[in-house]
Design a protein around this ligand. Structure first.
Ligand code: CA
Length: 223
């Protein structure tokens, strides 16, 4: 079980992160300010920390400096609204492992988290992890190539991400909200029908029978 420490003070982003990470099988603990983050990070029970820079009472860079100064080794992924290059440089000098500028898509974050969590696994394991297969459909997460019964299928970036979400949860109901979070990030209009539109696109490309509508709940990839 992978335990991620979220240090972020903006409720909307906390919710977005927690939902996305939980639906991908991570366990999370959230702290809302910098002062509380330091002892948590030093405790040693977390596999990775997501750290916002603009925090109340102790900013993210100070947190990072303190925990690195006290020997904390966990990977730290900085999340910030500032896309100032100076902040990036300072962040890496202070000991950050990666950097993501808001707004970001959840899938982008997920790729970076996964990359940080297994720097030492063998190449074979990595290749296996980078391919998703279900029935006669194959997704290559590295090249973004999709094959249906060995024939290539052209998908847009959003269609690809949506398909990835389905293939990670075959046979399970995936809600519209989950799809919005994973594919569109947190900057979306919850009232829009964009999910249904994209499910329609995907059905045309991979076969309409592959994705079932579960009335009132969402969609399900046929197991
Ligand atoms: Ca903040």
């Amino acid at each position: 079980m992978t335990h991620i420490l979220i240090v972020e003070d903006e409720p909307r982003i906390v919710t977005f992160l927690e939902k996305g990470l939980h639906s991908n099988g991570f366990v999370t603990t959230t702290v809302l300010d910098g002062a509380a983050a330091v002892p948590m990070a030093l405790e040693g029970s977390f596999d990775l920390m997501i750290l916002d820079l603009g925090l109340p009472d102790k900013d993210g860079l100070t947190v990072l400096e303190e925990i690195r100064g006290q020997g904390a080794q966990l990977p730290v992924l900085i999340l910030t609204a500032r896309d100032d290059i100076q902040d990036k440089v300072t962040g890496f000098e202070t000991g950050a492992d990666d950097y993501l500028t808001k707004p970001f898509r959840f899938e982008e974050l997920l790729v970076r988290i996964r990359a940080r969590l297994r720097p030492t696994v063998s190449k074979t394991a990595q290749t296996a992890d980078l391919t998703l297969r279900h029935g006669n459909i194959t997704l290559d997460l590295r090249t973004h190539k999709v094959k249906l019964a060995d024939r290539p299928v052209e998908l847009s970036a959003r269609e690809f991400t949506m398909l990835e979400v389905f293939l990670r949860h075959p046979g399970q109901v995936v809600s519209r909200e989950q799809l919005l979070n994973s594919v569109w990030g947190y900057d979306y209009d919850p009232g829009s029908n964009v999910v249904d539109v994209y499910v329609g696109y995907l059905r045309k490309k991979v076969g309409s029978e592959a994705i079932e509508t579960v009335r009132g709940l969402g969609y399900r990839w046929k197991a």
